[in-house]
Structure formats: structure tokens, C-alpha cells
Design a protein around this ligand. Structure first.
Ligand code: PLP
Length: 396
């Protein structure tokens, strides 16, 4: 039997006495744990494990934060666009006022850039928020989500949050998405399919032909989400916005956290036909994107030189890693993004040993890849330090 103690009728001093009375009568106060009333989907969740922050690592090792190299979260080691920083500085004087809840200027700029209507855009606190909004709008315990095996961990998290079924489709032998197998996995329950291109944490990409073929055959009861967080780094920049313009059930998700270097202000966006965007807008907070993020994103969008320099630095850095892996006799998965998976044996141990030497990378056991670590490509200096520490740790 459950006994609820109503605190409203008992003042604070009497509360312990009331609990004691309840216990004396043989009721266990632990049975009243508030968790018993929490959403069961939430209690079963494993929380997202982010890359280890520099400050935390510095504290633990007793080092200066400046001596730590973080190559764990696919951030832009060049830093943010100067133009975005300047825009934030200017906008900071106005933070006593609520932001524009409709994010008119940013959404207009995005619509113009992508040749869609403003009503076909939505902005959010990182594209993670857009992923969550998709789940809010489309998932429930009767729904199913399909994604590739070893996919971005936000997909299973939001799926479970809404009690939906999560189906993983193994990758092809070359580690890329198996779009044919994903089509074959579709059931009447399938509501959302995530296609991450290039994919994280693997780094492989799909071709325009594969995607066109997929879209020709995907049924209409499925929303296809193209998560393009690493798009700018890829060799072939495929067109998925055309599916939005064609009125297909597709959403294109992009972020300012990676190539644009704005991970700290949290801003991302989605493009989808009006019907879909309207549903997503209903699920968001009225002021979901703060004013500094709006203005920073607007400025970053215009700074094409910063994007170009970032991509050039990343390609150069990728060659450095590939050469080093080859020399050390390590296997790696060729990547189209700003990170690379390399096979080191006991991934978690290597991650920890590198961490002890002040270099933060990412263990992959949580992604079903225990033999790998994921390294974000950074500046030439950071990459050199990372390679040196990896050599030390592996004795190569
Ligand atoms: C980083 C990332 C995102 C977006 O991150 P936000 O910072 O929330 O914009 C989305 N998808 C994938 C696959 C990512 O790696």
C-alpha cells in the first residue's frame, strides 16, 4: 500500500515526526520515493556522455588548462569566427531584453541561403534540440526509429525518452550506411529514420546516388532526417535540401557547433516542409534560441573565409594523422569529417593513458567500438602533441 504524506498540511518542523509515525505504523518511507512516480522511460535512460571538459581534466591532473589538448568533441580548434565574436560583443549590451522568439533575421538568412521559405526553417539550441523536437512531435510508444549501428548517441536517447522502439541497422563492410538494409528494416511503425552524413563517430559518407535511390523508395509514413553536422568537411557535398523543396517527408539538420566554431553558444537549425516545421515549432520553448546565439550564427554564416580555413586545416591535419597511423601500423577508418577512428586495442585504457598525459580523446566502448578511439582533428600543434602522446602510450 502506498501512503502519501501531504506536506502542504504539515509544517516543516512536524515533517520528520510525521514520517516517523508513518514508519512506526509499518510503512516504509522508501516505498514513497518520488522516482516511483517518474516517467519509466526516463528512469531507464543512460545519460549522454560528453567529451571530458578541459577544466575538469586540468583540475584532476593538477595541470594548467593551457597545457591540456582537447580533441574529443569535434569542435573547431581554430576557434570561432572573429565576426561572430564581434557580433556577440555588440549584442551583449542588449541581453536584458528577451530574444526574438521567431529568430526572424537568422531564419530569413537561412531560408535565402538554402532557397526555401522561412516557414520551412526552424532554429534551436544546437541541432540536438531539433533532434529532440522531432522526437517530441513524432515519437510515442507505438513508434519506431531506425538508425545505423554506431550512430550519434542522441538518437537512442530521445527515442527512449518517448518510449519508442530503436532499430539499429549494421553498416556495410566499408563502414558506410547501408541504405538498402535501412529500407528493408522499415515497418508500419517506423516514423523516423536518421541518416547521418558524414556519420559520427565513424566518419563515412553516402553518395548522392545512394540517397536519391533511397528517397525514391522510402514510404510516406516515414520522416527521413538527414543529420549533416559535418557536411562542410565532406569531399562530396550532396544535395538533400531539394527533398525539402520537393515537399518530401525529409528534414535537413545542420549545426553551428562544428565547422562554424560556435559549440559554446549552442545553435543549430532544421529545414523541412512547412507542415513538419509547424509541428516542430509547437514543441519548442517560445525563446529557445538566445539572442547571442542568434546574432553569432548570423555573423558566422557570412564568414565563408573562416569555414574555408577550417576545412583546409582539417584536411591537412587528417593527412598528418593518416601518415602517423601508417607509420605506427595502426588501422583507421578513412573519414570525411573532422575526426577519425583509429584502432588501438583497448580503447578505454588508451583513452585514459592519453588523458593522464593531458590529451583528451574519446573512448568508443559506449558506441560498440571498444578497440577504437576517436580523435578530433585540431591545429597542427595539437595534432603533433596528440600523435606524440599516442606513440608514447602505445610504445610505437
Ligand atoms: C555534433 C553533432 C550534432 C549537433 O550538435 P549540436 O552541438 O547540438 O548542434 C548533431 N549530430 C551529430 C551526428 C553530431 O555529431
Amino acid at each position: 500500500m502506498i501512503v502519501l504524506v501531504c506536506c502542504l498540511t504539515v509544517d516543516n518542523q512536524k515533517y520528520p515526526a510525521v514520517l516517523a509515525t508513518v514508519k512506526n505504523r509499518g510503512y516504509n518511507s522508501r516505498a514513497m520515493s518520488i522516482s516511483n512516480y517518474a516517467n519509466p522511460f526516463v528512469l531507464g535512460l543512460t545519460a549522454y556522455e560528453p567529451g571530458k571538459p578541459v577544466e575538469e581534466t586540468a583540475r584532476e591532473l593538477g595541470l594548467d588548462p593551457a597545457d591540456i589538448v582537447k580533441l574529443a568533441s569535434n569542435e573547431n580548434s581554430l576557434g570561432p569566427s572573429e565576426k561572430a565574436v564581434e557580433a556577440i560583443r555588440r549584442a551583449s549590451a542588449g541581453v536584458h531584453v528577451y530574444p526574438d522568439g521567431a529568430a526572424f533575421e537568422l531564419r530569413s538568412a537561412l531560408a535565402k541561403r538554402h532557397g526555401v521559405d522561412m516557414r520551412e526553417t526552424i532554429v534551436g539550441t544546437g541541432s540536438s534540440e531539433i533532434i529532440e523536437l522531432v522526437a517530441h512531435a513524432f515519437l510515442n510508444p507505438r513508434a519506431e526509429v531506425i538508425a545505423a549501428k554506431h550512430a550519434f548517441s542522441m538518437y537512442p536517447i530521445v527515442t527512449q525518452l518517448f518510449g519508442a522502439r530503436y532499430t539499429e541497422v549494421p553498416n556495410k563492410a566499408d563502414w558506410s550506411h547501408d541504405l538498402q538494409a535501412m529500407l528493408a528494416a522499415i515497418s508500419p511503425r517506423t516514423r523516423v529514420i536518421f541518416i547521418t552524413n558524414p556519420t559520427n563517430p565513424i566518419g563515412t559518407a553516402v553518395t548522392q546516388r545512394e540517397v536519391d535511390d533511397f528517397m525514391e523508395r522510402v514510404p510516406d509514413h516515414v520522416l527521413v532526417c538527414f543529420d549533416e553536422a559535418y557536411r562542410e568537411f565532406a569531399g562530396e557535398q550532396i544535395d538533400t535540401v531539394k527533398f525539402v523543396r520537393q515537399g518530401r517527408n525529409a528534414a535537413v539538420l545542420r549545426t553551428f557547433s562544428k565547422v562554424y566554431g560556435l559549440a559554446g553558444v549552442r545553435v543549430g537549425y532544421g529545414l523541412a516542409k512547412e507542415e513538419i516545421c509547424t509541428a516542430l515549432h509547437k514543441c519548442r520553448e517560445p525563446f529557445n534560441l538566445n539572442s547571442l546565439a542568434q546574432t553569432a550564427a548570423l555573423a558566422a554564416l557570412e564568414d565563408e573565409e573562416h569555414v574555408r580555413r577550417t576545412v583546409a586545416m582539417t584536411r591537412e591535419g587528417m593527412r598528418t594523422y593518416e601518415a602517423a597511423f601508417r607509420e605506427m601500423g595502426l588501422e583507421w577508418i578513412p573519414s570525411q569529417a573532422n575526426f577519425v577512428l583509429v584502432k588501438v586495442g583497448a580503447g578505454r585504457k588508451v583513452f585514459q593513458a592519453m588523458l593522464d598525459r593531458g590529451v583528451i580523446v574519446r573512448a568508443q566502448d559506449g558506441y560498440g567500438l571498444p578497440e577504437y578511439i576517436r580523435i578530433t582533428v585540431g591545429t597542427a600543434e595539437q595534432n603533433a602533441r596528440c600523435v606524440q602522446v599516442l606513440r608514447e602510450v602505445l610504445g610505437k
